[in-house]
Write a protein that binds this ligand. Structure first.
Ligand code: 3HC
Length: 647
């Protein structure tokens, strides 16, 4: 399109205008045409639909390169003799922002978001992002943006100097006017700008923060190095280093794992049997039980804009529940996540009472009471008679059978499981449990609500522990076998933490508390297969009054909250081995990691065979988002498959 001597080039490559080979070729062709046409005095580049450019085409990674390559396209844009203005109509990410940085002027729509999220794919920007961005923002801000991969809203991008203006009215009109205005003037080329000065302390502070956040991942460290180099290196040298680093990382295992996670998240949204099924409308959510879990769920629902009805058994308990919810909101106020107005507005959408009859107004009721079958079935019977016929009932049980809970109602088809992870207002994972009788639109509603709560919902079938806790049990079992075989808790934790787990298994057990698992083992004792291997060390530990971090002693001793190795635990383990006549052997970190990964992956295969999980990648997402598995390893199923492929 051409207006007043300005050629508007619109990138139209649904769904996100990724920079596929055709788009790169198309941009080059448009520039060539504009060059030769004396009528055209300036160019505007924009995107069709709601995205400017979603970045390089991730689906092309791993395939043979096709000319023109992106850096060449951006060099051509930047070196163009006529002004090129980027009109950022929506997300400008990765290569998309790099295209914009190569333009001579940038205008963003007020809702546009900018970012270089490459580190989240295990790579660094590969088309000038690490070299051009610091020339606009200075080094500390560029480190923050590139090493975190975060999205920068338009207003912040303006204050950081990434864009030159934010359009308040028609973006395209503003961009065309700016382009026409620049025609014939000298052009501001980002590559030619000096990097704004910042002190060594400021640079180092930003770098240290980014390195601490990287937690074993390589790409953020490389991004920091490349940005810091802009202090001294010439632009061309920096670009060459960036491209070589990008190509090296693109072929790394870390990048393959993170690409897998990216596509896994999109695949998880596609649930068999729900094509074309409309979710039911939900605006009011009831939460029964406002303890640790229920108060977190209530805050997540308030944050997402729902009206929340909290229910407790008595008005005194309701008062306490309201205090817990308010305390969580206060914490978010203190950390700056919400402001005082936001807190007041949330509280205006909250009622907590001892009157269960209030739930007649709820569209969805989430139960978060004590995990006991009698308690839950009685509650569901009552709820069944109180809520509207079209309202949905959800149980937050971790281990009980939702089908048994549903069977206590007249309408099991409107019951599903919504298994939150603690703290429920923070953790991304939400297991959405499809019961034997759950209707498709009930499941679809669970998923829609989960997404509005800003969760990553993963659909699971019914089994003891669903996907996550079932795999975690297998992990726990193998960790206990390792203890008997010769490893100590600190060896196992150190190996898994070096692998990238947020915490080693024994530190996690201590944090969660050991008594619930102990009670379960005692319950299961009568039905346990006597031929199956059983490790009694955790029982000995509990008998010695060691219940984990809360009691100051568990697999470790806790001094001022800090875990320290306790020789008493080593003695207890040695005594247990000796009582069974076992001879310990040295077990190295490689064996620890291999055995624990295999235990998780084998259990995952069983879940797939039983139809509990729909795909291996769903299992990976559960372990990454609920159990501290490092995303850059791709999840246990991906890691096991990669290991098998490499062997
Ligand atoms: N390449 C290929 N496909 C992409 C893609 C990309 N960069 N980004 C998104 N897609 C696909 C998704 O896989 C999905 O496909 P599907 O429908 O078949 O499942 C579809 O586009 C829609 O994606 P979303 O569901 O994520 O759509 P949203 O509207 O929710 O979000 C988005 C849009 C914010 C652009 C989001 O898709 C996103 O964050 N994309 C990735 C952005 C990114 O990481 N870019 C950097 C790429 S690396 C790079 O640019 C290297 C450069 O420096 C050289």
């Amino acid at each position: 399109m051409q207006t007043a001597g300005v050629l508007v080039v619109t990138i139209d490559n649904a769904p996100v205008n990724a920079l596929s080979a055709d788009v790169r070729g198309g941009l080059m062709a448009a520039l060539a045409a504009a060059e030769g046409d004396a009528e055209i005095r300036a160019v505007v580049v924009t995107g069709a639909g709601k995205t400017f450019i979603g970045g390089a085409d991730i689906k092309e990674f791993g395939k043979p390169p096709v000319e023109p390559m992106l850096p060449a396209v951006i060099d051509r844009l930047e070196g163009f003799s006529k002004p090129v203005v980027a009109a950022l109509n929506g997300a400008a990410l990765g290569g998309g922002l790099e295209v914009a940085l190569g333009c001579h002027h940038r205008i963003a729509a007020s809702g546009a978001k900018l970012g270089l999220p490459e580190v989240k794919l295990g790579i660094v920007p590969g088309a000038g992002g690490t070299q051009r961005l610091p020339r606009l923002t200075g080094i500390p801000a560029a480190i923050d943006i590139i090493a975190s991969g975060r999205m920068v809203p338009a207003a912040e991008a303006l204050s950081l100097g990434i864009v030159d203006a934010v359009a308040t009215e028609n973006l395209l009109d503003a961009a065309v006017a700016a382009a026409a205005d620049l025609a014939g003037k000298s052009l501001r080329r980002t590559a030619e700008l000096a990097v704004p000065t910042s002190t060594a302390e400021e640079n180092e502070a930003a770098a240290a923060k980014a390195r601490a956040r990287a937690k074993g991942q390589t790409s953020p460290l490389e991004a920091v190095r490349l940005v810091l180099a802009t202090q001294n290196a010439a632009f061309a040298d920096g670009i060459a280093d960036e491209r070589a680093t990008f190509l090296r990382l693109r072929d790394s295992q870390e990048a393959a794992a993170l690409r897998h996670v990216f596509f896994a998240e999109r695949a998880a949204a596609k649930v068999e049997g729900l094509e074309g099924v409309e979710p039911r409308p939900v605006s009011t959510i009831g939460v029964v039980g406002t303890g640790l879990m229920g108060s977190g769920i209530a805050v997540a629902a308030l944050d997402a804009g729902y009206t929340v009805i909290g229910i407790e058994q008595t008005s005194e308990a309701a008062e306490k529940g309201k205090e817990r919810i308010t305390a969580l909101l206060d914490r978010n106020l203190k950390s700056g996540r919400i402001d005082a107005k936001g807190k007041a507005e949330r509280l205006s959408r909250l009622i907590v009472s001892g009157n269960i009859g209030n739930l007649a107004k709820a569209d969805l009721v989430i139960e978060a009471v004590f995990d006991d079958l009698d308690v839950k079935t009685l509650l569901f019977q009552r709820l069944d008679g109180i809520v509207r016929p079209d309202a949905i009932l959800a149980t937050n049980t971790s281990y009980l059978d939702p089908d048994v809970i549903a069977a206590a109602t007249q309408h099991p088809e409107r019951v599903l499981g919504l298994h939150f992870f603690s703290p429920a207002n923070v953790m991304k994972l939400l297991e959405v449990v499809r019961g034997a009788k759950t209707l498709p639109d009930v499941l679809a509603t669970g998923l829609a609500v989960a997404r509005k709560l800003n969760k990553l919902p993963i659909v699971t079938g019914v089994c003891e522990g669903f996907i996550g806790n079932r795999i975690f049990s297998a992990y726990r079992r193998e960790a206990e076998f390792l203890l008997e075989d010769g490893a100590l808790p600190q060896d196992i934790d150190a190996a898994m933490e070096a692998y990238g787990m947020a915490m080693g298994p024994f530190a996690v057990f201590d944090l969660a508390g050991l008594e619930i698992a102990w009670a379960r083992r005692k319950r299961q004792a009568a039905t346990r297969d006597p031929a199956a291997r059983y490790v009694d060390i955790p029982d000995r530990l509990c008998e010695a009054g060691r219940f984990g971090q809360k009691s100051g002693r568990g697999w470790y001793r806790y001094v001022d909250g800090k875990r320290t190795i306790d020789p008493a635990v080593t003695e207890l383990i040695e005594a247990s081995r000796a009582a069974k006549g076992l001879t310990p052997r040295a077990i190295d970190a490689d064996e620890i990691v291999s055995r624990l990964l295999k235990a998780m992956a084998d259990e995952g295969q069983a879940l797939l065979a039983e139809g509990i999980a729909a795909r291996a990648s769903d299992i990976d997402l559960v372990m990454i988002n609920g159990y501290g598995f490092p995303a850059y390893r791709g999840g246990p199923m991906f890691a096991a498959a990669a290991k098998a492929g490499a062997a």
